[in-house]
Ligand binder design. Structure first.
Ligand SMILES: *[C@@H]1O[C@H](CO)[C@@H](O)[C@H](O)[C@H]1NC(C)=O
Ligand SMILES: *[C@@H]1O[C@H](CO)[C@@H](O)[C@H](O)[C@H]1NC(C)=O
Ligand SMILES: *[C@@H]1O[C@H](CO)[C@@H](O)[C@H](O)[C@H]1NC(C)=O
Length: 275
């Protein structure tokens, strides 16, 4: 009888052991799948990022080869800024902002190159870009210009665009220039995972290698200040003053790069979307 008593006890403990194994297995299997899929998802995110960076790299190299007159500074710095921004994926805290400048003799090159850069950045993310020209008279009246640019940028960035070219900033109404506070702020920009490619067409720009980058930066700053007549006694533009201009400038002058004329400018192609 004691043996009979022992048997059920043994079989009960055998049952407990099996139950424990089954319970362990059942709890390990989902854990295994969670870990496996987590790794898998991480892997595919990295693959996407590699794909984005590779596309950018290939296209940027191709661009460099058809614009041989541009400086090595130009390629190195613009590439680095955009690459870092693309690599941070969705975790950027501010937009990538590049300001390109040229003299009148390189107007066409400036226009083409700014479009191409915006196109490559946005296409790397399988998106498009928007083009806004300061020459367009729509942006010459302060009341409507600021609103119009705001509408275009917001609807584009909420839609399929991840880059914007704002060509010939110096032609914008000063009131409209202030919209850059909203889109180029270091901390509170309305859209952070986008690139803003800005251009300023100067009256003249001595060719390399006479000018250093910081001298070019000063030249653009002084040119814009003069253009928007902030010291003009008539105060033509009540919307703009030295403080506001300083505020705009500090937001857009992270990277100011000169563009020089190309002897054989390749056809720009249908690169532009928008105004
Ligand atoms: C992209 O970021 C990762 C870290 O997140 C870094 O290891 C890698 O070198 C970066 N690549 C480029 C091209 O900057
Ligand atoms: C790019 O977007 C289009 C449509 O928006 C989509 O069909 C295509 O698969 C996307 N390509 C990549 C590489 O994500
Ligand atoms: C000027 O801008 C307006 C508003 O975005 C646009 O509809 C128009 O096509 C532009 N004009 C030119 C000549 O690009």
């Amino acid at each position: 009888m004691p043996q009979n008593k022992d048997k059920p006890t043994k079989s009960t403990s055998g049952f407990h052991l099996q139950g424990l194994i089954v319970t362990l297995a059942l709890s390990v299997i989902p854990f295994y799948f969670i870990v496996y899929h987590w790794n898998f998802d991480n892997g595919s995110i990295n693959d996407d990022k590699q794909h984005v960076l590779k596309y950018f790299h290939d296209q940027f190299n191709a661009l460099e080869s058809i614009y041989p007159s541009q400086s090595s500074h130009f390629w190195k710095r613009s590439r680095r800024a955009l690459e870092l921004h693309l690599n941070r994926s969705e975790s950027n805290t501010q937009p990538a902002i590049i300001l390109l400048t040229s003299a009148r003799d390189a107007e066409q090159t400036l226009r083409c190159l700014s479009n191409k850069i915006a196109k490559i950045y946005s296409a790397s993310r399988n998106m498009s870009y928007v083009f806004i020209s300061g020459v367009n008279e729509t942006f010459h009246d302060s009341d409507s210009a600021k609103l119009a640019i705001d509408d275009i940028l917001t609807s584009s960035f909420q839609g399929t665009s991840s880059a914007a070219v704002m060509h010939q900033l110096e032609q914008l109404h000063p009131g409209a220039l202030l919209i850059l506070y909203k889109y180029c702020d270091h901390e509170n920009a309305a859209f952070k995972n986008v690139a803003m490619v800005l251009t300023v067409l100067l009256d003249d720009l001595p060719h390399k290698p006479q000018l250093q980058l910081n001298e070019i930066e000063e030249k653009v700053r002084d040119f814009l200040a003069a253009k928007f007549s902030i010291s003009n006694s008539e105060r033509l533009h009540s919307e703009m003053d030295a403080d506001k201009m300083g505020g705009v400038w500090s937001r857009i002058s992270h990277l100011v790069l000169p563009v020089y004329p190309e002897d054989f400018l390749v056809e720009c192609g249908s690169t532009e979307h928008g105004a």
